[in-house]
Ligand binder design. Structure first.
Ligand SMILES: *[C@@H]1O[C@H](CO)[C@@H](O)[C@H](O)[C@H]1NC(C)=O
Ligand SMILES: *[C@@H]1O[C@H](CO)[C@@H](O)[C@H](O)[C@H]1NC(C)=O
Length: 329
C-alpha cells in the first residue's frame, strides 16, 4: 500500500503525516489489541460529531519534547507554553468510543506494501492548490482548470487531499502572479469562487481517474482559526492567547468558515466515493489548541491558525486511522 498525500495545508498537514509516521515508527509503544471489535465500536457512528472531555489518564501518545520531527513553531511546550491541560482532552464522538491509534496493528493490517519493516509507503506531494501553477513568460499562472499534477496520484491505494489555507494569501505570500480559467487570464478574482472552481477540476479528476475498488479517497476538511473571541462569546479575549479550555459541548456558537460550505458543495458533485475528514467542528471547539504566543514569532507572531503539536491534529489522525481500519475490515 502507498498512502500518497496531496496536501496544501502547508506545514500543518506535513506535521500530521509526519506524526503518522512517528507513531508507526514507535509501534513498540502502542497497545497491540486496540483494533479488536473496532467495527462494533465505530460502525454507523459519526466520528466528527461529539465533544471534548478532559481525561488525564489519556495523555498524548508521544513526547513532543523529545520527538525530532516536530517543527519548532508547533512545539508549544518547548516554546514555553506554561499550561498542559490542552494535552489531556480526548474527543468523544456522541454515539461511540474512538479507539486509540495502534501503529503496530495498523502496519500488520497493511503489510505487503513498502515500509522498511512492514512494506508500507507514505508519500507527501506538497501542492498548495491541487490545480497547477505554471511558469510562463508573463509570470506564474494559477490554472484553475488544469491538474497535470494528478499524474503523481495515480495507482495509489489511498489518497488524502487538502487545499484551502493558501487560497486567501495576497501580495508577497501569494505564490502566483495571474489566474487563468479557460483562455481567460486575470490579475485576480474572487478567491472563494476560484477555490470552488479548482475543487470542481479536482472532482472531475477523481471521477475520471479513481477506481473505488482499488483506491480510497479522502478530503481533509477546513481547519479553522480563533482570532475573534466574539465567536465563542468571549469578546474581550485577546485572540486565542491564554485560552486553556475548549468550548464545552458539541456546538460551536460562532460562524463556520465560509469555505466549509464550498467544500461540501464541491464534494456533493463528485460521483465516486470521497470521504470528507470533517474536522472543522471539533477543531472550532478547540480555541485552546493554537500556539498563540508560543509559536515561532512569540507575541509578535500571535498564531491562532496552526495547532500545537502534540494537540488537535493528533485527533484528526486518530479519526483518519479509524476510518481507514473501518473501511478495510
Ligand atoms: C518558476 O519561477 C519562479 C520564479 O518566478 C522560480 O522560483 C521557480 O523555480 C520556477 N519554477 C519552475 C518549475 O520552473
Ligand atoms: C469580532 O466579531 C464581532 C461579531 O461578529 C464583530 O463585531 C467584531 O468587529 C469582530 N472583531 C474583530 C477584531 O474583527
Amino acid at each position: 500500500m502507498a498512502l500518497w498525500v496531496s496536501s496544501s495545508f502547508e506545514k500543518l498537514v506535513i506535521v500530521m503525516i509526519v506524526l503518522v509516521l512517528v507513531l508507526v515508527h514507535h509501534h513498540h509503544l502502542a497497545n497491540g489489541n486496540a483494533n479488536e471489535n473496532i467495527e462494533n465500536r465505530v460502525s454507523g457512528c459519526d466520528l466528527f460529531q461529539g465533544s471534548w472531555v478532559e481525561d488525564i489518564s489519556n495523555p498524548p501518545q508521544y513526547n513532543a519534547a523529545t520527538c525530532p520531527f516536530i517543527e519548532k513553531e508547533f512545539n508549544c511546550q518547548n516554546n514555553g507554553r506554561p499550561d498542559h491541560n490542552y494535552l489531556y482532552y480526548s474527543w468523544h464522538p456522541t454515539s461511540c468510543d474512538l479507539p486509540r491509534f495502534d501503529g503496530l496493528g495498523f502496519l500488520r493490517r497493511f503489510k505487503g506494501t513498502e515500509h522498511h519493516d512492514y512494506d508500507v509507503k507514505v508519500l507527501l506531494d506538497r501542492n498548495m492548490f491541487l490545480v497547477d501553477i505554471v511558469n510562463e513568460t508573463e509570470g506564474r499562472i494559477l490554472k484553475l482548470d488544469s491538474i497535470e499534477d494528478g499524474k503523481n496520484w495515480l495507482g495509489m491505494d489511498m489518497l488524502i487531499f487538502n487545499t484551502w489555507h493558501w487560497w486567501n494569501y495576497r501580495n508577497a505570500h501569494q505564490p502566483w502572479d495571474f489566474i487563468q480559467v479557460g483562455s481567460k487570464v486575470m490579475k485576480d478574482m474572487d478567491r472563494m469562487v476560484a477555490f470552488e472552481m479548482a475543487l470542481g477540476t479536482w472532482g472531475a479528476w477523481v471521477d475520471t481517474n479513481i477506481d473505488p475498488t482499488k483506491t480510497m479517497v479522502f478530503f481533509q476538511g477546513i481547519s479553522p482559526n480563533h482570532y475573534n473571541g466574539s465567536d465563542w462569546n468571549e469578546p474581550n479575549a485577546k485572540q486565542c492567547q491564554g485560552q486553556m479550555t475548549p468550548v464545552l459541548g458539541s456546538i460551536y456558537p460562532g460562524q463556520y468558515p465560509p469555505a466549509v460550505a464550498v467544500v461540501k458543495r464541491a464534494l456533493s458533485k463528485i460521483k465516486k466515493p470521497v470521504t470528507l475528514l470533517d474536522i472543522t467542528t471539533l477543531s472550532l471547539l478547540r480555541k485552546d489548541g493554537h500556539p498563540s504566543i508560543y509559536g515561532i514569532g512569540g507575541a509578535s507572531g500571535m498564531d491562532c491558525t496552526h495547532w500545537c503539536i502534540a494537540g488537535v491534529p493528533d485527533t484528526w489522525n486518530q479519526i483518519l486511522y479509524n476510518l481507514i481500519i473501518w473501511h478495510k475490515l
